[in-house]
Design a binder for this molecule. Structure first.
Ligand code: TYD
Length: 217
């Protein structure tokens, strides 16, 4: 049987990576084979493109160039990693996917939504999330968390975190609109609770398609 494709979305500092790791552990503890991937990245070409997109030295990019680079990296991941793993029956948990492009390049940068949707149809190789979890919190709180993490880790890939608060507010608003338009696929989880509370809420938002999550270990 084909595996499920689960994506996590949200603004900077929403805690996606931690929740991706917690969900993987929960699923594997219950015998569900799970592969985690992240975007942009996850393939050799994706890693190169990631550097271009996230390094502040890249400077301003034309929004359509940026859109094409995100989709170039994603297409490699979809064709070479996600599609084969789903066909082998693995559940995929992906840290960001096409909704990030709608939120950041569409709502954030103002790229025409028709172009965004057309690109998605052309490039997705028949793959689309079965369920998307949006970890939601106010843009200011998320950005502060992200900037603290950058200081702590000394990360230099800050091209998006360097954008102003208004940009991140538009992105958050974009994610909320995506959820409103896709109520069956997209579920919003409040990201401001403790790690355990958020993880419980994530599991609750997946139990209808992954009933194993309601089993105790
Ligand atoms: P990353 O370091 O992976 O950040 P995060 O931990 O917040 O996921 O950086 C990915 C950045 O790229 C993030 O700021 C969001 C942005 N992005 C887009 O603008 N469009 C996209 O399609 C994707 C996948 C990410």
């Amino acid at each position: 049987m084909r595996g499920y494709f689960i994506t996590f979305e949200g603004i900077e500092g929403s805690g996606k990576s931690t929740q991706v790791a917690m969900l993987k552990k929960k699923l594997e503890d219950r015998g569900v084979p799970t592969l985690c991937v992240r975007e942009p990245g996850g393939t050799p070409v994706g890693q190169h493109v990631r550097k271009i997109l996230l390094n502040p030295e890249t400077g301003d990019l034309d929004p359509l160039t940026e859109l094409l680079l995100f989709w170039a990296a994603r297409r490699e991941l979809v064709k070479n990693v996600i599609t084969p793993a789903l066909e082998q029956g693995q559940t995929i948990v992906c840290d960001r996917f096409a909704d990030s492009t709608t939120a950041y390049q569409g709502y954030g940068r103002g790229v025409d939504m028709e172009i965004i949707d057309t690109m998605a149809k052309i490039m997705r190789n028949g793959v689309w999330p079965d369920r998307t979890i949006i970890l939601d919190l106010p843009a200011g709180a998320g950005l502060n968390r992200a900037l603290d993490r950058i200081m702590f880790k000394g990360s230099t890939d800050t091209r998006f975190e360097d954008e102003g608060l208004e940009f991140h507010r538009r992105v958050r608003n974009g994610f909320l609109k995506i959820a409103e338009s896709n109520p069956d696929r997209v579920k919003i989880v409040n990201a401001e609770g403790s790690l355990e509370e958020v993880s419980e809420a994530v599991a609750g938002a997946l139990e209808d398609i992954l009933p194993e999550l309601s089993n105790p270990c």
